[in-house]
Ligand binder design. Structure first.
Ligand code: AMP
Ligand code: GLY
Length: 438
């Protein structure tokens, strides 16, 4: 090539996006990406009743396990970018199936998804990379686990090794409760029996969520967020998928975030690379801010739900190109991701009986008008032939609002929730208590 010619590498056009998943996270992603320049259509498979409520977003009635139909849809719709939302299809290898067909996918392969799908594997990786995390013991039998407990003589956190839909972790309050959790996890009392069980030292401090968008080598860090995992006000009641979130959290300063990048996220990506894993997707670090610094309690291989709903309204219109660049392994070709310097609040409305046995099929009345700073993101919803909405899952929908202060943002959110009604609607009244005055 003549030396006078400059080779201008650039990302391919990005007009058609396919998101896989059916939750609030995917609904928020679709809403956000549909507003990015050049994006003409965002398809969500299977999506929910909220998908078509967003301009230029449409559901495709194809399940995430139906690869042949998904592939057919990708060809028909000339999809330029696939984003896989939940952990199950990632762990099951959906990314590599699409990549083998030459498609651009945002979401790690089965090997990369082990960050989330195997706690023991993730712990080994953290130790190898020197990433600060709770001290742990991987055990293969009940006997071995009980011996560890007897030796330590203190309450521990007991974790099933594999994916357990948020039900695999017990933070035990006593030695007896730890022993009980060891029995239950090995024997599969609440989830399928676990072959390996990770015991962990209990960490103290506030929990935060940090997200890195990775292209295999480099990363872009998103604003930080705080989730609220317990069902009831005052962080009481059983663990849930997440009852609400806010972003960014003032608990982490810009310097603190830089430190988390250097000591946790970059070492994780480098360790994956060293194992030959070309990690293109989200690294979600669940951290506890302990008195001796931030420590990892879990890595996930996807966006958090509902953190994603709180985060999306803060991200600039470059997001689609950034995710596309990650999928192509060349973040250097993406524009810089801008973020809005405002406060975002998200509260999730859940069905009665959630999380144990949510009652569904209740009609949902929505009298709320959305605006530039107020969004409705559907999770477990469906629509009947007449166009009425019905509940179809434990977490039903969330209201998200943005304002100059968290006080104002949460006021808007809670006012919005008064315009949403279904039989037995339940939501926490204290989401964002960390950043609100009242
Ligand atoms: P995980 O699925 O690993 O995030 O665990 C679920 C929840 O258990 C977390 O959100 C924490 O609230 C809690 N947890 C997990 N590991 C620890 C730990 N080592 N110390 C204290 N709490 C923990
Ligand atoms: N919000 C917690 C999670 O997505 O795992």
């Amino acid at each position: 090539m003549p030396s006078s010619t400059t080779v201008k590498k650039e990302l391919p056009p990005l007009h058609q996006i396919l998101i896989i998943g059916s939750g609030g996270r995917e609904n928020a992603l679709a809403w956000s990406l549909s507003k990015c320049p050049d994006v003409k259509e965002v398809w969500v498979a299977p999506g929910n009743a909220g998908t078509n409520q967003h301009h230029r977003c449409s559901s495709l009635e194809i399940g995430e396990e139906n690869f042949e139909e998904l592939l057919k849809a990708c060809k028909e719709k000339k999809i330029n970018l696939i984003i896989i939302g939940p952990e199950d299809p990632l762990a099951a290898g959906l990314s590599e199936k699409f990549r083998d067909q030459g498609l651009a996918v945002f979401g790690p392969s089965t090997e990369g998804a082990k960050l989330e799908s195997s706690k023991a594997w993730a712990k080994t990786l953290m130790n190898e990379a020197g990433i600060p995390t709770a001290k742990h013991w991987t055990t293969n039998t009940k006997k071995e686990a009980l011996e560890v407990l007897n030796g330590l003589q203190k309450a521990l956190v007991v974790k099933a090794d594999g994916l357990a839909g948020g039900k695999g972790v017990t933070v035990a309050e006593s030695i007896n409760a730890t022993a009980e959790a060891i029995y239950d996890t090995f024997e599969g009392k609440y989830i399928p029996p676990s072959e390996q069980v990770v015991l962990e030292e209990k960490l103290e401090g506030p929990e935060v969520s940090v997200f890195a968008l990775c292209d295999g080598k480099e990363m872009v860090i998103l604003p930080t967020a705080q989730d609220h995992k317990r069902l009831k006000d005052g962080d009481k009641g059983p663990n849930t998928g997440g009852m609400g979130a806010y972003a960014p959290t003032p608990l982490i300063t810009p310097e603190g975030l830089e430190n988390i990048k250097k000591t946790i996220l970059e070492p994780a990506l480098n360790a994956l690379k060293k194992k030959g894993i070309d990690y293109r997707g989200v690294i979600y670090a669940g951290l506890i801010l302990t008195s001796s610094g931030p420590k990892v309690i879990e890595f996930n291989c996807r966006f958090g739900d509902p953190e994603c709903q709180a985060l999306m309204p803060l991200l600039g219109p470059e997001l689609a190109k950034v995710l596309q660049a990650c999928a192509h392994g060349c973040l250097e070709l993406a524009p810089e991701l801008s973020t809005k310097n405002i406060c975002s609040a998200c509260v999730v409305a859940v069905a009665p009986g959630y999380p144990k046995s949510p009652r569904t099929n209740e009609e949902i009345k929505i009298d709320l008008q959305t605006s530039d700073n107020l969004q409705i993101f559907h999770s477990g919803t469906k629509m009947d032939k007449q166009g009425s909405f019905f509940t179809a899952g434990g977490r039903v929908l969330s209201i998200t609002a943005q304002a100059e202060s968290f006080e104002e943002a949460f006021n808007l959110t809670y006012k919005g929730l008064l315009e949403i009604n279904f039989e037995g609607i339940n939501y926490r009244r204290d989401i964002g208590h960390q950043v609100r005055n009242s």
